[in-house]
Ligand binder design. Structure first.
Ligand SMILES: [Zn+2]
Length: 298
């Protein structure tokens, strides 16, 4: 019976690949080593993981937002615009989080047909762009990147499909592992306060209650009245922890934790992977986050 979900996943991949034909795509350019690599530019580092997962040695993936910085507060520079020159594929998350890349694409010599906006047509809820935080939805990221790479470099279709199926299997294993880890937290404790609203898709998938976030979006000022309400709510619900993010100062989270009398976990990763080996790509980042959650809430 194990064969059935795999076969379905393969069919889904093929269907996505088949639907996206018809556009004239740029062809891959040979690298100095004589190998062919597709130049892919992703807006931020998490997306890079999916491109490398599918493209493997046939892609050269560069991200515009540096690792450790946030796409939500990013300001393009002349250097970041230069990264786009020669891009054969630009991968954008969409739903607003990296909308600045559209202006960059218009300014650079990149036709619009080379831009893949991943969340187009995906089940976006309330305009929230963080769909990759659900590893099940991440499979759609993989499928869309697969279709785009096959269009650019059909000669390596078999390799891309093989990679995509292998990456999907890793996402399935990740999903099952996260589920098993969350199951070790007593149900009443599966609730948390996050720094910004990056966690609804993860929370929905794994049955966690996000009691609130300290700021509506990075770069926005916290609303004192809202924070006071959140402190009351945290005390009332016996929320155990507030989670800060390495991209942002932990000052606000520390102040909040003091008022609500709960503890702070300083690093959850969402909009960027990290520099450390334990969070160097999407899969490791999601495992690390889960370990942090379990340790703080258990
Ligand atoms: Zn975010």
């Amino acid at each position: 019976m194990r064969i059935v979900p795999r076969a379905l996943a393969l069919l889904a991949l093929l269907a996505v690949a088949a639907c996206s034909g018809g556009q004239k795509a740029p062809s891959a350019s040979p690298s100095p080593a004589g190998k062919t690599r597709i130049d892919v530019v992703t807006t931020f580092s998490t997306l890079n993981s999916f491109v490398n997962g599918v493209g493997g040695r046939y892609v050269r993936a560069t991200n515009i937002v540096p690792v450790g910085a946030s796409p939500e507060t990013f300001q393009p520079t002349p250097q970041s615009i230069a990264v786009l020159n020669g891009a054969q594929l630009v991968v954008e998350n969409g739903t607003g989080i990296d909308a600045w890349v559209d202006r960059m694409v218009r300014g650079a010599d990149v036709p619009r047909s080379r831009v893949l906006v991943i969340t187009d047509g995906m089940p976006v809820v309330g305009g929230n762009p963080h769909l990759w935080m659900d590893p099940v939805l991440a499979k759609t990221y993989v499928a869309k990147i697969l279709a785009a790479l096959v269009r650019i470099d059909p000669a390596h279709e078999a390799a891309f499909k093989k990679n995509a199926i292998a990456y999907d299997a890793k996402l399935d294993a990740l999903t099952a592992w996260i589920r098993s880890q969350i199951a070790t937290i007593p149900p009443a404790r599966r609730q948390l306060i996050v720094f910004h609203d990056a966690w609804p898709y993860f929370a929905k998938r794994f049955g966690i209650h996000i009691v609130g976030s300290l700021v509506p979006a990075p770069g926005q000022e916290p609303n004192p009245r809202r924070l006071a309400q959140l402190v009351t709510l945290a005390r009332k619900l016996h929320v155990r922890a507030v989670f800060a993010e390495p991209e942002y100062s932990a000052k606000l989270a520390n102040a909040f934790a003091g008022s609500a009398d709960i503890h702070v976990v300083t690093d959850l990763y969402d909009d960027s992977i990290g520099h450390r080996a334990v969070v160097h790509d999407y899969l490791s980042m999601m495992r690390y986050n889960t370990e942090q959650l379990v340790r703080a809430l258990k």
